[in-house]
Write a protein that binds this ligand. Structure first.
Ligand code: GTP
Ligand code: MG
Length: 378
């Protein structure tokens, strides 16, 4: 709440200041027109005029990042950490145009997901999960650069590891260099996939040489960067590549607590004619359930339905799992945070406060008017 002077309160209530002073006097409060009133006094006067002062969601409540990070007290944070268990790594694929990113993603998905999955992929949700040696790996198939730039611009970190695809017949190119700088800035480890090894013109030594100039020195040459020769087209080297992904992830000790309220980041979102707002979310901590009250960026709602990467309906999704959800009142943006709340009312209040704040920001207004909203009924 803000404080108000007697004069300001009188104006809001459309009364003469003298009338307010008189009322205050009757209530046992001696006040002048410029006197600041505390919340209790404001509420007393308003009650007297039959005006209800709605409880207002404080501005810091609209900072979703606080909830994402865990606004819980230290004791609670320690408890959450105690329940941490291993979670799958989240991987993006980056590289120069035509070096084979899409082919690699498809190759991994086709050889690893459709195996034993009758029907296979029925739906594309912008991310998928595979299993290698009994361990899960999540792949984001948004273009790597986009994932890094839009997400990072919004303060979100979703990637644990990046696979840098370099075509062995083409070598290091401008976007290869760009990808390296993105990954370095985000402090995300890089595994190099030297692709198109099936081509007669493939020259992996040249790739190694050129990458040395950008600080990526192969283990064979005394450095600490893992290089894996592959052919995305033929499916050669995919298993070795995935094993290296798991190896690097283990070093990173990726953990999360599946027993807390779900939270994570929007991978992509759109408006569907039939289903309304549809968002692909990556759960980063906790577990997301159907029916959960949720705030997603500047939107909110209740998770109505949840679909996994195989297009199947699921009831819950744990850490590092991508899911598509419906039930939001609007379309959020890629990189937006989402947080589940215990009660729907709170989710709605925060969602609405965030939406109106975003609107004001758009209009270039710096401060949110609070009391004017409160006295709307007048
Ligand atoms: P952009 O999305 O345009 O940046 O390209 P990309 O990196 O996704 O490359 P994409 O997977 O589309 O592959 C480009 C071309 O290279 C296609 O014609 C692929 O068939 C071919 N290609 C990809 N991987 C291999 C490979 O391992 N061997 C050979 N011979 N060709 C490959
Ligand atoms: Mg592509």
């Amino acid at each position: 709440y803000e404080t108000l002077t007697v004069g300001e309160l009188a104006e809001k209530l459309h009364r003469e200041p003298a009338e307010i002073v008189k009322k205050l006097f009757m209530l046992g409060v001696m006040a002048t027109i410029n006197q600041e009133l505390d919340q209790d006094a404001i509420e007393l006067i308003c009650a007297d005029y039959g005006v209800e002062v709605e409880e207002e969601v404080r501005i810091d409540a609209t900072d979703l990042e606080n909830y994402f990070e865990g606004s819980e007290d230290e004791e609670m944070l320690a408890k959450i950490a105690e329940g941490n268990v291993e979670r799958p790594p989240v991987v993006t694929i980056m590289g120069h145009v035509d070096h084979g990113k899409t082919t690699l993603l498809d190759s991994i998905r086709n050889t690893k997901v459709t195996q034993g999955e009758a029907g296979g992929i029925t739906q594309h949700i912008g991310a998928y999960q595979i299993e290698e040696n009994g361990k899960k790996i999540t792949f984001l198939d948004t273009p790597g650069h986009e994932a890094f730039t839009t997400m990072r611009a919004r303060g979100a970190k979703v990637t644990d590891l990046t696979i840098l695809v370099v075509a062995a017949d083409d070598g290091v190119m401008p976007q290869t260099v760009e990808a390296i700088s993105h990954a370095k800035a985000a402090e995300v480890p890089i595994i190099v996939a030297v692709n198109k090894m099936d081509k007669p013109t493939a020259n992996p030594d040249r790739v190694m040489q050129e990458l040395t100039e950008h600080g990526l020195v192969s283990e064979d040459w005394g450095g600490d960067t893992i290089f894996v020769p592959i052919s995305a087209l033929k499916g050669d080297g995919i298993d070795q590549l995935l094993e290296m992904v798991l190896l690097v992830s283990e070093v990173g000790e990726l953990k999360a607590n599946p027993d807390i309220l779900g939270r994570g980041t929007v991978i992509e979102a759109e408006l569907d004619r039939g289903k309304g707002a549809v968002a692909t979310l990556l759960v980063q901590n906790g577990t997301l359930h159907v029916g959960d009250p949720i705030v997603v960026g500047n939107t909110y709602g209740r998770v109505r339905a949840m679909i996994n990467d195989l297009g199947r309906r699921v009831k819950s999704a744990g850490p590092s799992t991508p899911v598509e959800i419906t039930g939001l009142n609007g379309v959020p943006q890629a990189g937006d945070r989402f947080v589940v709340f215990e009660d729907e009312k709170k989710a709605r209040q925060i969602g609405e406060a965030r939406a109106s704040e975003a609107l004001l920001e758009q209009r270039g207004e710096t401060q949110r008017i609070t009391l004017d909203n409160l006295f709307e009924q007048m």
